[in-house]
Design a protein around this ligand. Structure first.
Ligand SMILES: Nc1nc2c([nH]c(=O)n2[C@@H]2O[C@H](COP(=O)(O)OP(=O)(O)OP(=O)(O)O)[C@@H](O)[C@H]2O)c(=O)[nH]1
Length: 133
């Protein structure tokens, strides 16, 4: 059986209802595709703690677990692994997101979300998010 890969992802929503998407840099798997900021859970970490850490590392913003609302999840084969990825929505954070890891950032209107090129696991999430917002 494939090993579970736990990844926490976050839809940051601004005051205009736009969603922050990040483009994976060259050299990483899924390079060039648009994804939700986030990353793998470290050993013993909760999804919320992983996201608070990843958002600081990737975007230089600060948020906290109580600002992360569960919204949807993806369950999808990913190479030798099976990806299980909860998607949280966050509307409250400190700082302005900056691309600290060479990724391109874009604020996207909810109607435009599903037109972006995304990893397979993200496509149903984008549709759910569009209908949720
Ligand atoms: N962050 C994120 N990862 C996603 C999404 N969709 C998706 O398939 N993935 C996959 O989930 C995995 C997450 O790994 P990552 O590379 O972002 O995580 P990380 O920063 O902790 O890892 P690293 O230190 O190995 O670079 C990748 O294989 C990535 O392609 C998504 O929307 N957001």
């Amino acid at each position: 059986m494939a090993k579970l890969l736990l990844v926490a992802a976050c839809a940051l929503i601004d005051r205009d209802g736009k969603v922050l998407m990040a483009r994976r840099p060259d050299g990483k798997d899924h390079a060039g595709l648009w994804e939700f900021p986030g990353g793998k859970l470290a050993e013993g970490e909760t999804p919320e703690a992983a996201l608070v850490r990843e958002l600081r590392e990737e975007l230089a913003i600060d948020t906290e677990a109580s600002c992360l609302a569960p919204a949807a999840f993806a369950s999808e084969a990913l190479g030798d692994f099976h990806l299980l990825m909860p998607l949280f929505v966050c509307r409250k954070w400190k700082g302005a997101p900056r691309p600290l890891e060479g990724q391109e950032l874009r604020w996207v209107r909810r109607e435009a979300l599903t037109a972006m090129e995304m990893p397979p696991a993200d496509r149903p999430l984008a549709a759910q998010l569009r209908d949720l917002l």
